[in-house]
Structure formats: C-alpha cells, structure tokens
Write a protein that binds this ligand. Structure first.
Ligand code: HXC
Length: 258
C-alpha cells in the first residue's frame, strides 16, 4: 500500500479494504491534500481487488466537514476553475460496495461523503448534520440532492435550512443510516457486514449495487427493465449454478471469486 499523510488504507486477507480519514487533530476536516489522497486511495483499493471498502474516521469524528481554515480565503475563481471538490464524488462511482462506519461527527462535507456510501452504520453517539448554512454557504458535494432523495423534502429542508445536528437514532429513524451500534464497535460491525458481502458472488453483488443505485436515476419502468436485464445476465455465470446447487445440496456455496 502507498503511504498517505491524511488517511490510511489497508486491505486484509479477506480482501476487505479500510480507508481511515486521519487528521484527528482537526476532526478529520476535509482539505485539498486529503481529497487528492482520497481519490488515489480509492484507485489503489479497487486495483488491489478489494471486495468491499469500509470508510471511517480516526478519533472522535468521521469528518467535521470541509476544512474551514483552508476554505475561508477561497474565491469563486479558485473554487470553480479547478472544479474544486469534484474528486470526492469518486466514492459514489466505486464499483465495489462501500460501508460508512460513522464514529462521532459526520458534518457538512463529512455527512455528504457518508451519504455516498452504500451502507451506513453509526455508533450511538455519532451525530449528523449539514451546518453549511451557518457559514454562509450551502452543501457542495451532493448534500442538497442526496439528503432530499434519502429523507424527503420536509426533513431535508429542516436539516439544511437550520443546519441542526441529529443523533444516530434520529438518523436511523429518518432512513439516513441503517444500523446504530455500540460506540467503539462501529468498525468491527462494518467488517462483519463487509465479510458477509465478500462471501457472496462478486458479480451478483455488483449487479445488486448497480440496480439499487439505478432506482435514484431512472423512471420505475426503466429501473425495472435494468433489473430484469441484470437478472437474466446472472444466469450466464457459474455463480448462479453454484449458489442454487449449494442450496439444494444443503451446503455453503463456494463462489469462484469469493
Ligand atoms: C477546520 C475544524 C473543523 C472544520 C473542527 N475543526 N471542525 N477545523 N475545519 N470543519 C478543528 C477545530 O478548529 C479544533 O481545532 C479541533 O478541530 C477540535 O474542534 P473543536 O471545535 O474544538 O471541538 P468541539 O468543541 O468538540 O466541537 C466539535 C464540532 C465543531 C461541533 C464538530 O468543531 C464544529 O462545529 N466544527 C465545524 C463543523 C462545520 O461547520 N462543518 C461544515 C464545514 S463546511 P483547534 O486547533 O482549535 O484544536 C463544509 C462544506 C462542504 O463542510 C462542501 C464541500 C466539501
């Protein structure tokens, strides 16, 4: 693995990648150096053959948002000319499943990155929010769009216009995250989920991820057709035969690539 200054990347023997944001002294505030390393680490994780990626933060935050100290003196020109922030979006495009393991604060850009993950779990004392409005700006890496799609207009307006923070329980009630776990066990639980996914057919996992994501981006009829085509396609591969044979023979499936 390459060396990074603002994060760490590991890939274990089960091919589970873990990317840990690592600027705990600034609550993992997202700066330009971290964005560049983040994009490079995603490429490295994918090229390593990882079957799932866990994203978490070191210390008492997942990430407390964009680095305000770095952002304060930026201008319209310096933000827009370089399409500043675009690299964060690479997370949403990753072909393998991503699991956000949220420890502590997930605010502003931190919450927006979390919402790019496929599965989100959080410790009991985690908190979420989009406080950009209190800084005279708005969310800039998908917050207004993803939050609205996830929780609906009423809740999104409430959170984005007030900038208020919500705790993990409320986040789960709203459908922003799927599980609340004991503080200190967030990464461990994410690993359990990742291992479960890594034991399935990689092709089926990829198909399932693509289909669910398609639901946000297409009409119902297009989405249903997309799903049906993927469903048919999976019968072209050995994994389908193995999965069904294993069931009938009452044994665990042994997928070739798992
Ligand atoms: C830079 C930050 C930071 C941030 C915390 N720190 N958040 N530095 N950018 N976003 C730094 C603090 O300055 C402090 O440094 C150290 O981390 C610890 O933070 P404290 O404030 O002392 O901790 P605490 O009192 O526990 O409060 C925690 C907090 C608060 C509630 C999370 O830090 C906070 O409100 N942070 C800002 C949250 C925010 O507004 N995020 C949105 C950013 S805009 P020192 O050196 O003093 O110890 C954004 C735009 C997204 O995200 C669009 C593009 C990505």
């Amino acid at each position: 693995m390459a060396h990074y200054d603002t994060l760490s990347l590991t890939v274990d023997d089960d091919r589970i990648a873990q990317l840990t944001l690592d600027r705990p002294e600034a609550l993992n505030a997202l700066n330009s150096a971290m964005m560049a390393e983040f994009a490079a680490a995603l490429v490295e994780a994918t090229q390593s053959g990882a079957r799932a990626l866990i994203l978490t933060g070191k210390g008492r935050a997942f990430a407390a948002g964009a680095d305000i100290a770095e952002m304060r003196d930026r201008t319209f020109g310096s933000m827009s000319d370089a399409n500043h922030l675009a690299l964060w979006e690479r997370l949403a495009d990753l072909p393998i499943p991503t699991i956000g393991a949220i420890n502590g604060f997930a605010l502003g850009g931190g919450c927006e990155i979390a919402m790019m993950c496929d599965i989100l779990i959080a410790g009991e004392s985690a908190s979420f929010g989009l406080p950009e409005i209190t800084l005279g700006i708005i969310p800039g890496i998908g917050g207004t769009q993803r939050l609205t799609r996830i929780v609906g207009k009423a809740q999104a307006m409430d959170l984005i216009l007030t900038g208020r923070r919500i705790d993990a329980d409320e986040a789960r009630r709203l459908g922003l995250i799927s599980r609340v776990v004991v503080d200190g066990e967030v990464v461990e639980q994410a690993q359990v989920i990742a291992r479960q996914i890594a034991g399935s057919s990689a092709r089926a996992v990829r198909a399932a991820k693509e289909c669910v994501l398609r639901a946000d981006q297409s009409s119902l009829s297009e989405g249903l057709l997309f799903e049906r085509r993927w469903f048919h396609s999976l019968f072209a591969f050995d994994d389908q035969t193995e999965g069904m044979t294993a069931f009938l023979e009452k044994r665990p499936a042994r997928f070739a690539d798992a």
